[in-house]
Design a protein around this ligand. Sequence first.
Ligand code: COA
Length: 178
Amino acid sequence: MHIRLVSPADADALLAIYNPEVIETVVTFDLVPGETSDMLAWIESHLGAHPAIVAVADNPVEAPEGTPLSANGDAILGYASIREFRDRPAYATTVENSVYVARSARGQGIARHLMDHLIIMATDAGFHSMIARIVGDNETSIKLHEACGFELVGIEREVGRKHGRWLNVVEMQLLLGS
Ligand SMILES: CC(C)(COP(=O)(O)OP(=O)(O)OC[C@H]1O[C@@H](n2cnc3c(N)ncnc32)[C@H](O)[C@@H]1OP(=O)(O)O)[C@@H](O)C(=O)NCCC(=O)NCCS
């Protein structure tokens, strides 16, 4: 497996990873699955200072069954990104992260690999703080972020509603090197 920057050719593979989470789970607060055009716009917004990265199987033939393929034939195991945390200028040194792994490839350390890479990239780019906002019952993601050094900031209670439930958001933070 190797990690590279996202490309527009990855749009449908990323949608194949993301949309099932929109439809079936509460890990994302989006309510309506995205179209290719939405994902292309998302990728475009992550080609600059706030990048997205993808984990690619070294040999697509050996990727787990069901792993989505990009338009150039890469098997996309997962992706991670940073975005602006808040738009007021004094927040510019803080980013918020996101990470998704294909259901076919979970439990093999892909998310950890993506997160470690993302943290190094964000640190090298001069960002000072990374925030993760995680739905309260997403124990897997909370454990992942703890393993990456994030610490609990606090819990926003019942700030979301999806699938007929009130949802808490757990905020976690990692201070970066610079
Ligand atoms: C959360 C997610 C990204 C984890 O991806 P993954 O590749 O399976 O995770 P990894 O194999 O890299 O595991 C990394 C760490 O996460 C934790 N973890 C992973 N799977 C777990 C599970 N089923 N239960 C508890 N902890 C788990 C562990 O701390 C693990 O480290 P360890 O293996 O050393 O114990 C993946 O489940 C996913 O895409 N979920 C849906 C999207 C989502 O929730 N994204 C996060 C939104 S905030």
